[in-house]
Ligand binder design. Structure first.
Ligand code: GUN
Ligand code: ZN
Length: 445
């Protein structure tokens, strides 16, 4: 047995001993025990960046080829890396900026900050910090907004590709109702997006997302062009914002008077489908929810952002009851934390405020397997089943004195997981692995 971080066999095989947890079904649909694989003394075997097998240590250890290194993470919990389905890397430096709601926040902080990303060197430096921060928090895949500048997207993908991370990102498209210095045109936005698709979609582990910022900043011509690109590239992602804030809702009603609802604007232009992801989805009616479900469009619930900007309380129960796929997003920099543990805690609190309970099993499902399925990436990420990409996180139930004290008293897996969510953050992440490579290890205090 070796301490964590050692070298693999010449054939690339390496194993990790720890508690192991991943999900095989939604805990909302079947009892927790049937939805999870939980091994109290488990062994995760990784070969060439993929999971070869995860199973009981006693059962598997004897069959390991002689000399296979076994990294000792006993006392820790290994689970799939977290998936953040909505955030903005150019907003890293304006996180925690006060404003009276979404639209003043965009005008005062966000747009001026995004201007800086025409500079490729600035973009690259911020992308480096941003990716470090995600990995420190155990997030191995994220759906990332860049800025309107193609350089910002290029810089992000270069940095992610060099680290072999599984990331989805796109150049923001915005051709009206924003400062001149951030505007593209319908034509240039389409051309630049298509060039970036050609350069990056499917290159190594990088995936592209068409990214019209939100309906108010795109002309009908731009949204129509975006819809054409979506049709032309059916496996490319789409990401945008919808129904986040009541003032924004009124604005959309004025700009698109012929449309039934805010969501209907996107529907009209062919922008609802599998691999389309919409942030917020707060101010929906039943027809909106039904359309999301029919088209299997993913709702990215961003609770820390919605609380911080005072946008509203996402109705988790109503959304899921309609069959809408749901996952979680930090929405940094409107969101207040890069940590998916903190985001899960906020989702729990918001559900409480709307009279519902979200279990820890369900919250971890949403941040891993549930997000992967919602993104049409099931079996590849968000799981430790054989064949998956070996993106995983090592959580430490003893990360802080308080966590250690509370988890020592846990009488069930649910209690242990719940404490990790409520009391955990980046400190609870002992290590993060991407494609089988150690990409973050917490400093020992
Ligand atoms: N709506 C349009 N742009 C943004 C953004 O950058 N953040 C959030 N939270 N909402 C938006
Ligand atoms: Zn956002």
């Amino acid at each position: 047995m070796q301490p964590a971080g050692g070298a693999a066999q010449p054939d690339g095989t390496i194993a990790y001993r720890a508690q192991i947890l991943y999900f095989t079904a939604s805990p909302e649909q079947v009892p927790d025990e049937d939805a999870t694989v939980y091994l109290s003394d488990g062994l995760l075997i990784v070969q060439d960046g993929h999971v070869l097998q995860a199973g009981d240590y006693q059962a598997l250890a004897a069959s390991l080829p002689v000399g296979t290194p076994v990294m000792d993470w006993r006392g820790k919990l290994i689970m799939p890396g977290f998936i953040d389905t909505h955030l903005h890397y150019p907003q890293t430096d304006i996180i925690a900026s006060p404003a009276e709601g979404l639209l003043p926040w965009l005008e005062t902080y966000t747009f001026p900050e995004e201007r800086r990303f025409h500079d490729a060197a600035h973009a690259a430096g911020t992308a480096r910090f941003f990716l470090d921060e995600l990995l420190r928090c155990g997030t191995t895949t994220a759906l990332v907004y860049c800025t309107v500048h193609p350089e910002s997207t290029q810089a992000f993908f270069e940095e992610s590709h060099a680290r072999q991370l599984r990331m989805v990102a796109g150049k923001v498209m915005m051709d009206r109702n924003c400062p001149d210095y951030l505007q593209d045109t319908a034509e240039s936005g389409g051309r630049d997006s298509e060039a970036l698709i050609g350069r990056w979609h499917g290159k190594g582990r990088q995936l592209y997302a068409l990214t019209p910022r939100f309906a108010p900043t795109s002309s009908p011509e731009q949204l129509a062009l975006c819809g054409e690109l979506a049709q032309q590239y059916p496996d490319v992602f789409i990401q945008s914002h919808v129904a986040e804030n009541t003032r924004e809702l009124e604005w959309v009603r004025e700009l698109f008077p012929g449309r039934r609802s805010y969501l209907d604007v996107y529907d009209h232009f062919g922008l609802l489908r599998p691999r389309a992801v919409y942030g917020h989805c707060i101010w929906f009616d039943e027809t909106d929810r039904r359309r999301m479900a029919e088209t299997q469009t993913l709702a990215a619930h961003c609770p820390t952002s919605n609380l911080f900007l005072g946008s509203g309380l996402f109705d988790f129960a109503a959304t899921q009851a309609c069959g809408v796929p749901v996952a979680l997003g930090t929405d940094v920099g409107g969101g207040t934390s890069f940590s998916m543990l903190q985001t899960m805690a906020a989702a729990h609190n918001v559900a409480r405020m709307t009279g519902h309970h979200l279990s820890a099993h369900r919250l971890f499902y949403l941040a891993t397997e549930g997000a992967a399925r919602g993104l049409d990436l099931g079996g590849r990420i968000g799981t430790l089943a054989a064949g998956a990409e070996a993106d995983f996180v090592v959580l430490d139930p003893q990360a802080t004195p308080l966590l250690a004290r509370r988890t020592a008293r846990a009488e069930s897996l649910e209690e242990l997981l719940f404490a990790l969510i409520v009391l955990g953050d980046d400190r609870a992440v002992a290590a993060t692995y991407s494609a089988g490579r150690l990409v973050h290890e917490r400093q020992k205090s």
